[in-house]
Design a protein around this ligand. Structure first.
Ligand code: ATP
Ligand code: MG
Length: 351
């Protein structure tokens, strides 16, 4: 068994031992502004300080039942988005979840330490299942119901110390902490008890004003959107529904357009001025939205540039995935070796 300073942490290029991060996304579509403000920004900030495992969670995509092509393409798209925002595969590991089958093996074992009731009470899972059921008449697959268990295994397999995500993932991290403690108590120290870290904007609202921008929800501004697409999405955004004319006093709080200004417009003097005039009925929605579109496009320009650089060099993207995944496989095997001996899986006949 290892401790936090042993094989449970990675070495940097300079040879110092760093604590580990595990976090990820599902390959269900292009990454968006919510991912950036809720998660990616922290990943970028921490990628030098921590040994990072960025996971593409392709075991956890229900499209498998309908369209495998979409999922496999999605894996590459996520990696491209990561390179576009500036994640560095020389420093960090880009990992394809299904290429490290130890994720699945650990999921099976850990599921014995998680009760059905505990999963049924998980508020994120409950909301996602309700949403899934409202969108289609398809039944909820067992794999969808148990995806938080796989997330527990994802985090524990590389023995991560820190898990930076959006707020919706916090219940899964809490579950991970419980399982790690329970496992350690029963079998001796095996896993660090990981901490969560929620981003600057814990849960960015959708362009339609709904509670969360989501890639499966059709209410997202994608990091790869062209500038005219961004402008069109912003001009169509949900705003203060009580305001009928530009001369009516408007609400800034709870208004998605101003939330995005706060999150992405670095010109705070411009934002303060717009807010003051909006409250006083001295500015129209069109001007507020035009300025938001300009700020977002300025923010996205360098991301688009890097995206087209890597988009023209798919081998770099594949290489990043191959080397990160190979490293994760070695780390995963090591952890599973410890788990297997804790569970005495090699004992035949209880010898
Ligand atoms: P899906 O709708 O397919 O679940 P998603 O947009 O929720 O997609 P995920 O892959 O589930 O994306 O989430 C990846 C990471 O991004 C998680 O850490 C999640 O918390 C974070 N995240 C996703 N959407 C938002 C958002 N609107 N605000 C803040 N963080 C977000
Ligand atoms: Mg999600």
């Amino acid at each position: 068994m290892s401790d936090a300073g042993g094989e449970s942490a990675g070495e940097s290029a300079q040879g110092e031992v760093r604590q580990r991060i595990l976090t990820g996304v599902r390959p269900t579509g292009p990454l968006h502004l919510g991912h950036y403000a809720g998660a990616l920004e922290n990943w970028l900030r921490l990628q030098d300080e921590y040994d990072c495992f960025f996971l593409i969670a392709d075991y956890q995509v229900s499209d498998y039942a309908s369209d495998i092509d979409v999922v496999r393409r999605g894996v590459l798209e996520v990696a491209l988005d990561w390179l576009a925002v500036g994640l560095d595969p020389e420093e960090s590991h880009f990992v394809i979840e299904s290429h490290v089958p130890e994720h699945a093996e650990l999921t099976v074992w850990l599921s014995w330490w998680i009760s059905l009731g505990r999963l049924e009470r998980n508020p994120t899972l409950k909301a996602e299942i309700a949403e899934l059921e409202s969108r289609s008449d398809a039944a909820v697959p067992v794999a969808f119901f148990t995806y938080p268990v796989m997330q527990v295994a994802n985090i524990l397999l590389p023995r991560a110390h820190l898990v930076p995500t959006g707020e919706d993932q916090s219940p899964h991290i809490e579950l991970t902490r419980e399982v790690a403690r329970r496992f350690n108590r029963r079998f001796g120290y095996t896993f660090p008890v990981p901490s969560g870290l929620v981003g600057r904007v814990p849960r960015l609202v959708g362009t339609d004003g709904s509670a969360k921008m989501g890639k499966s929800a059709g209410n997202a501004i994608d990091l790869g959107d062209e500038s005219d697409v961004v402008t069109a999405k912003v001009m169509g955004m949900y705003t203060d529904p009580t305001r009928l004319r530009a001369t009516d006093p408007g609400h800034v709080e709870g208004n998605p357009v101003f939330m995005y200004h706060d999150a992405f417009n670095p010109d705070t003097a411009e934002v303060d001025d717009l807010k003051e005039r909006y409250r006083g009925g001295r500015v129209g929605d069109v001007e507020v939205k035009r300025k938001l579109a300009a700020a977002l496009n300025a923010f996205l320009d360098p991301i688009r540039e890097r995206r087209s650089h890597y988009g023209a060099r798919p081998k770099l993207v594949r290489d990043a995935l191959a080397s990160g995944t190979e490293h994760a496989r070695a780390v995963g095997r090591e952890t599973m070796g410890d788990v297997r001996s804790a569970l005495r899986l090699d004992d035949i006949g209880g010898a």
